[in-house]
Design a protein around this ligand. Sequence first.
Ligand code: NAD
Length: 282
Amino acid sequence: LSIPNVTLTNGVLSEGAPVEIPQLGLGVFLVEPGETERIVSDALETGYRHIDTASYYRNEAEVGRAVAASGIPRDEIFVTTKLWNADQPRPREAFEESLDRLGLDRVDLFLIHWPQPERGEALGAWRSLIEIAQSGRASAIGVSNFEVEHLTELIDATGVVPAANQIELHPLHQRRELTAFCREHGIAVEAWGPLSQGKSDLLERPEVAAAAAAHGKTPAQVVLRWHVQQQRIVFPKTSRRERLVENADIFDFALSDAEIAAIDALDEQRGFGPDPRAFNAR
Ligand code: NAD
């Protein structure tokens, strides 16, 4: 497998080597308990080098066991985890707990999972993440589900630009204004639910099917290629080994401008996840 890297910019923290993130990885949200270690091991065997987890997913320990068992040098695997909502008042402790569960002394990327604007705790959490990054135990720090106003608050108050914003993004929900803001500020966009989580008919749309037929690829491969051709980072979730291989086999073809435009035209501004401005589950 040859998966390209994307370079993360990390504001005032970028004194050391730039942080490289594999553009495609494996996400493990809602992987059945007991299945995570096996699918992460399969992914690492297949050539994946980027795993996206979160304390909320309750599978950090399984991720860590698979990483350890792989025998792959730590520096060659990119691990992301996230600060859960209830932990925003205690980021340092929650980070230590994540490291303990992962069995690691450092993560590659640590994200604030949701902005929870009405709680007003995200800025304080961001200041703690900056200290964690300065300590070297998170190579990069960022956020997830942040809208423009939430990003602006952190940047204005601290001058530290999140390295990444992980947001729901797929052809039916393209977030153009937010992604333009991220591009202008050098914030890498990570698309969660890149295949719309199996909650729509996206993979049956004729525009997707036509491109798939033209390139001898599957609809999922076409949608993932649409993402990476626009510099986004993706980590489609699967618990099936054959789909791991399928989802990563997207770096040997290119969609034409017309094919990209046809998929761009599918935007319905229709997300399937919670509204980031209102979501505050603990
Ligand atoms: P996804 O779009 O990756 O969809 C996953 C579903 O698509 C799977 O259950 C499977 O049924 C199907 N699928 C996978 N490969 C396929 C293929 N080749 N052909 C057909 N169907 C296929 O949705 P997701 O899992 O929600 O998102 C990916 C990752 O993003 C998660 O695992 C998690 O790491 C992350 N995520 C983050 C947040 C957040 O709030 N930050 C929220 C949701 C997900």
